[in-house]
Design a protein around this ligand. Sequence first.
Ligand SMILES: [Fe+2]
Ligand SMILES: [Fe+2]
Length: 359
Amino acid sequence: MLNKQRISIKQAKPGLIVSDDIYNSTNQLVISKGVMLTDRIITRLKFNSISEFNIIQETKEPLMPVKETSYSQKVRESIEFQEFQSAFTEQVDTFKNEFNKLTDKNEPIDIDGLLEHTSDLLHKTRNGIHVFDMLHCMRQYDDITYVHCMNVSLLCNVFGQWLKLPDKDLEVLTLAGLLHDVGKLSLPGELINKQEKLTASDYITIKTHPIQGYNILKNKGLDPRIANAALMHHERCDGSGYPYKIKGDEIEPFAKIIGIVDVYDAMTSARVYRPALSPFEAISVFESEGLQKYDPAYILLFLEKIVQAYVGNRVRLSNGKEGEIRLINKQALSKPVIQLASSFLDLSKEKDLKVEALL
Ligand SMILES: [Fe+2]
Ligand SMILES: [Fe+2]
């Protein structure tokens, strides 16, 4: 059973989980609820003069049936998730070593070894949207680049299956997802893990990672789509991306797929400065930022598959009411039709209402 306990900063130690958002004296969010303490986060709390805060404490009492647990809690409590999380943590550690070797020009690339990480994890899940749910419920990791690359690789594999790609292409896409941000290894570590607001010059440096990645991968004897995906995953169909602002068909198809998964993972993973967005919040961000940035053949299928998976699920709306997702609306995927106690509510007709949380 989970209880809250108030502790002083002196009692803080890595591994404890924060139960409420923590703000500093100027009301800025320091750490979001649900984040696991690390040495770095404890330093951050001290730096912000936080003297005490609440943590989640596990007691030895048996689990009591809870009246209404949130969707994420249900996923987190499942044995399947716990196994996935520990396998994931293990895989990240070994992946980290192999990933770092890639920058060495003379080191041959071990494709099978790299793909093993993804396939091992995929075998631990029921696959499909379940992978999305599990990744969404993961605690926040410090090794952001490695974890993000593993997430993107797993999500690319699921997306590639939705696209019915032949096995060989699916393998190339999964590997391309795993390696898409390898160029970040060439950037200063302090910049990649920087927790303060990035400056204009930081952005200029970060935006070189696609070209750096391409240079690392181009002569490794890999399928050329892999280096091209690293080069083009930040390009957008309407020409609003980088580094070359190319458009539509000029962009490698695998780069378009990775571009979508990349943004989705960044939004739905917890970060030190904000909690993870729910799938519906993420879809609504895609819609408000403009779907024309993405290839319609990919983005519509991707978002529709995610929404479709939650039809029949109970949700809480932004006005506090609860209901069940009944029908999806292809013109406004983040705004499905909801069945309330005695009526139906079409969210696409309610400007100020949205799905706030899955229950
Ligand atoms: Fe990137
Ligand atoms: Fe990325």
